[in-house]
Ligand binder design. Structure first.
Ligand code: S3P
Length: 170
C-alpha cells in the first residue's frame, strides 16, 4: 500500500482521553467525516462493547476491532477515533502505518483518565485502580509510537482539537 500521506487522522490514547469528543470536533473543523471505531464495531454486531466482551471475550473483540480498522482505513478523508487498546496491538500499528495516515496520541494525565472512566459502566477493561494503572503502563510504550503527541493537560476538548490542527501535518 502507498506510504504517501493521506487525509486520514487516527486519534489514539487511553480510555477517557477524549478521542471521540476531540475527533468529532476535529472532523467538523476539517469538514471531514468522523468515524468512531467502537461505534462501527457495535453497529456491526448490534451489541454494546460491554456485551461483546461479556458474550464472546476480549480475543473475539480484538478480531472485530481489527476487521473494523481494516475496513474504516479505506475511508478518506476521515478522522478515526481508535479504541484505547487498538494501537496497543502490534499488527494494528503496522496496518495503520501502512495506510500513510497520521497518528495522534492524546496524552492525558492518569488522574483525569481515572476520573472520567470511574463513573461510566461501558468500559469492560475498567475494573479497579490497580488494573487501570497496569493497563495504562503497558500501553504507554505503544502510544509513544504515534507520529504526534498532544498533551491534553488543562485543555478542553476544543482546545485539544485546535492543538491538532496547529500540528499542520495535513
Ligand atoms: C478498550 C477501550 C474502549 C473499547 C474497549 C476496549 C481498551 O474504547 O475499545 O472497551 O482496550 O482500552 P475507549 O478507549 O473509547 O473507551
Amino acid at each position: 500500500m502507498s506510504r504517501q500521506r493521506r487525509k486520514l487522522i487516527y486519534l489514539l490514547g487511553f480510555m477517557g482521553s477524549g478521542k471521540s469528543t476531540v475527533g468529532k470536533l476535529l472532523a467538523t473543523k476539517l469538514g471531514w467525516p468522523f468515524i468512531d471505531l467502537d461505534t462501527v464495531i457495535e453497529a456491526g454486531q448490534g451489541l454494546s462493547i460491554r456485551a461483546i466482551f461479556e458474550n464472546s471475550g476480549e480475543v473475539f473483540f480484538r478480531q472485530l476491532e481489527r476487521a473494523a480498522l481494516t475496513e474504516t482505513s479505506k475511508s478518506e478523508p476521515a478522522v478515526i477515533a481508535l479504541g484505547g487498546g487498538t494501537f496497543a496491538q502490534p499488527p494494528n500499528v503496522d496496518l495503520i502505518r501502512e495506510t500513510g495516515g497520521i497518528t495522534v496520541w492524546l496524552d492525558c494525565p492518569a488522574e483525569v483518565l481515572w476520573a472520567r472512566c470511574e463513573g461510566m459502566d461501558n468500559r469492560p477493561l475498567f475494573r479497579n485502580a490497580e488494573s487501570f494503572r497496569r493497563l495504562l503502563m503497558d500501553r504507554l510504550p505503544y502510544y509513544r509510537l504515534a507520529d504526534f503527541r498532544v498533551s491534553t493537560q488543562g485543555l478542553e476538548c476544543a482546545g485539544v482539537a485546535e492543538q491538532i490542527l496547529r500540528l499542520g501535518a495535513f
